[in-house]
Design a protein around this ligand. Structure first.
Ligand code: B1M
Length: 211
């Protein structure tokens, strides 16, 4: 098995210590941090999701896997961040109300920071009012809404409405997360959608005019 395969397996089975050691080994072997994320960590969580869907594992196992993913990311995050010139653009990001999933949102935040955005991360279960307040307070050019549950997609709609009601078109809104699609983004009047953290960077730069 390759290091990335072993890493994927360690994260999926929630072995945090092994996961960290294997991230370090992959880095020592010269694997690019973004490749470690794309080829080992993201597939590990996809596999966890499949197993959960098929009742092979349950919430505690998902939590343990998520913790291993975070441990692995803690080594990679500093490497994903570009050496900082002062960020020109500010982005607010959060997971919408009712939704506690944050791994994908955290990845997008890291990638945005790496692309030299100042990122204000509001965390999970964020109310529409809190998004609006943060956009105003930080004079953000971009706001990112993440949702992982079909049941929290309506919270995206509510948040978009609240932001438009609060600051109009003054901020660009990007939406994403597993159940979200380009069609949904278009229907609810968001400015952008990205299917993954990599394309979230290109989309963000295009939206604020930095591309
Ligand atoms: Co939950 N969960 N979960 N879960 N969980 C899913 C999402 C699920 C698909 C699993 C399944 O059934 N196969 C399912 C949702 C079904 C549905 O709605 N259709 C589900 C469920 C049902 C639940 C609970 C209801 C379970 C329960 O309690 N009975 C519960 C809900 C809690 C709540 O939020 N209120 C729950 C809880 C949890 C844990 C807390 C145990 C844990 C989350 C821990 C954490 O995040 N800190 C968890 C996990 C880990 C998952 C899975 C296994 C993995 C999610 C993940 O981190 N993926 C997930 C199954 C799956 O996704 N395959 C599942 C990896 C991550 C890198 O991908 O988040 O998609 P993702 O992010 C991607 C893109 O989507 C995109 O870029 C990211 C990187 O490429 N992206 C954006 C994300 N946000 C973006 C924003 C953007 C742009 C792109 O712009 C702003």
């Amino acid at each position: 098995m390759t290091t990335l395969e072993l890493l994927s397996e360690a994260v999926a089975s929630g072995k945090s210590k092994d996961a960290k050691a294997l991230v370090q080994r992959a880095l020592d072997e010269g694997t690019a941090p973004v490749e470690i994320v794309d080829r080992a960590l993201v597939p590990a969580m996809a596999s966890v999701g499949e197993q959960f869907k098929n009742n092979l594992i349950f919430v505690p196992e998902m939590l343990i896997a998520a913790r291993a993913m975070k441990e692995a990311m803690s080594l990679l995050e500093p490497k994903l961040l570009a050496a900082g010139i002062t960020p020109k653009y500010t982005a607010v990001i959060g997971t919408v109300q009712g939704d506690l999933h944050d791994i994908g949102k955290n990845l997008v935040a890291i990638m945005w920071k790496g692309a030299n955005f100042r990122v204000i991360d509001l965390g999970t279960n964020v109310s529409p009012a809190k998004f609006v307040a943060a956009v105003v307070e930080h004079k953000a050019q971009l706001v990112g809404l993440s949702a992982l549950l079909t049941t929290t997609m309506p919270a995206i709609v509510e948040t978009v409405k609240a932001i438009r009601g609060g600051v109009g078109q003054a901020v660009k809104i990007m939406v994403g997360g597993a159940p979200v699609t380009q069609q949904f983004a278009d229907e609810i009047g968001a400015d952008g959608y990205a299917p993954d953290a990599g394309s979230a960077v290109d989309r963000a730069q295009a939206l604020v005019g930095a591309a």
